[in-house]
Design a protein around this ligand. Structure first.
Ligand SMILES: NC(=O)C1=CN([C@@H]2O[C@H](COP(=O)(O)OP(=O)(O)OC[C@H]3O[C@@H](n4cnc5c(N)ncnc54)[C@H](O)[C@@H]3O)[C@@H](O)[C@H]2O)C=CC1
Ligand SMILES: O=C(O)CCC(=O)C(=O)O
Length: 410
């Protein structure tokens, strides 16, 4: 069904879930948006559908699952903002087919993750998690056994993207040797070197740290076979996504003391909120640092993410620009001062643009500017017209066969 949207700013509803930082609300209000509903929690099931059924814009973090079924029940939804890096919690293809661009913050929390991982490298190499646990029980283990400097040791980074490269640079400043494995050929920073395979990395690293996205190809990237290839006593850090490590296999490798320790921030199943119970086969190991998916949770990162993603939603709402959308044809647009702008999202079948132009011509509507981008599945055409013709133009546009969604910006 075609969605026709032409709503004034004070009628547009923003729903922000999962405790998104107040900088997002500040940015929206500063731009004149008044209908902003916030929640500290991730919602699921009927509560999620109820919360977003009349929302025009939705903000989430990593926990809210936006499946095709959920998205279909939000008929007014114009765009989604993921106030984080990962977008695996959204069915991106379904959103695209519904004409909903999805935005994220690709590097606002990168540094926070890198700093935590670096600290964990030192903590694990010094055996601090188990010493800390013992001392909380009244014990005392003043010993150098199993405690090492990181200087001169090898850090193996799996996934040499934004976070992986930052960690590499910081680790070299501590005197570590950095090797990495990535499926792409990468520009190496500092003295880091790309190894030929994951196996080579596993065999050579004293600490392995994972920084890949959640993809079908990264599910259980580290399982029993890979853990067995790590050096005896080496450490594993996962602050990427929980599905990347086979947790039972890791528990087994820890049980057998083949792995010296681990720091795990993300889990295959994570509690829905701070009042829920955390369960994992890893809780019994004192040499495992467990953190509640807070790699990117610092004041600085959250404030920056709030501003960055809010700015992307505002720009799309005000101007139609889809630059940096993760699932959509990207159109960079100038201002449309003095004119009305029509946004038309359609299935990418031959002849849509010709059809649009024919309709406008027959209705006597002059096109002042036109922009088009397509991908394999959808097309996004933006048309600027004289404001006196905007209502007629919107009617023409919404009638074009293949239309998924159309909207006018006054
Ligand atoms: N724990 C936390 O709070 C946070 C976790 N994350 C997670 O970290 C992930 C990585 O973030 P960025 O570095 O910003 O992503 P990025 O996209 O910049 O880098 C990911 C790298 O992984 C590589 N890659 C993909 N599949 C691979 C495979 N099978 N083997 C080896 N390399 C592979 C890619 O080529 C790319 O270079 C995010 O996707 C997100 O899931 C991000 C922020 C915070
Ligand atoms: O802040 C969050 O909820 C999750 C952070 C994260 O994992 C990401 O940015 O991908």
């Amino acid at each position: 069904m075609t969605q026709r949207l032409s709503v004034a700013k004070d009628k547009l509803k923003f729903v922000l879930l999962e405790g998104i930082h107040a900088t997002a609300v500040d940015a929206l209000q500063a731009d004149g948006y008044t209908q902003i509903v916030t929640s500290p929690k991730a919602l699921t099931g009927d509560a999620l559908v109820e919360a977003i059924h009349d929302a025009h814009f939705l903000g989430i973090r990593s926990r809210t699952q936006l499946t095709a079924e959920v998205l279909q029940q939000a008929p007014k939804l114009a765009a989604v903002g993921c106030f984080c890096i990962g977008t695996n919690q959204v069915d991106l293809a379904a959103a695209m087919h519904l004409g909903i661009p999805v935005f994220n913050a690709p590097f606002s929390n990168t540094r926070s993750v890198a700093e935590l991982v670096l600290a964990e490298v030192i903590m694990l190499m010094r055996g601090i998690p188990q010493k800390n646990a013992l001392q909380h029980r009244g014990g005392w283990d003043k010993s150098a056994a199993g405690s090492y400097e990181v200087r001169g040791k090898t850090l193996g980074i799996v996934g040499y993207g934004h976070i992986g490269t930052q960690i590499g640079v910081l680790a070299e400043q501590l005197g570590m040797r950095v090797i990495f494995h990535d499926i792409e050929a990468k520009l190496t920073l500092g003295n880091a070197s790309q190894v030929a395979s994951l196996d080579e990395l596993l065999a050579g690293a004293d600490v392995v740290t994972l920084h890949v996205p959640e993809l079908p190809s990264t599910v259980n990237l580290i399982g029993a076979e890979q853990l067995a290839k790590m050096k005896p006593g080496a450490h594993l850090i996962n602050a990427s996504r929980g599905t990347v490590v086979d947790i039972d296999a890791l528990a087994d490798a820890l049980e057998r003391k083949h792995i010296g320790g681990a720091a795990i921030d993300v889990f295959p199943v994570e509690p829905k909120g701070n009042d829920a119970v955390f369960e994992s086969p890893l809780t019994r190991f004192e040499n495992v640092l467990l953190t509640p998916h807070i790699g990117g949770s610092t004041a600085e990162a959250q404030a920056n993410i709030g501003r960055e993603v809010a700015a992307k939603l505002i720009r799309y709402s005000n101007n139609g620009s889809t630059v940096s959308a993760v699932n959509f044809p990207e159109v960079a647009l100038p201002e449309h001062t003095g004119r009305s702008r029509l946004l038309h999202i359609h299935r990418n079948v031959p002849g849509v643009l010709a059809h649009v132009n024919e309709r406008f011509s027959q209705a006597g509507i002059n096109i002042a500017a036109q922009y088009l981008r397509t991908n394999d599945d959808v097309g996004y055409v933006v048309i600027d017209v004289d404001s006196t013709t905007s209502d007629a133009a919107l009617s023409q546009l919404c009638g074009v066969p293949g239309t998924i969604r159309c909207r006018v910006l006054y």
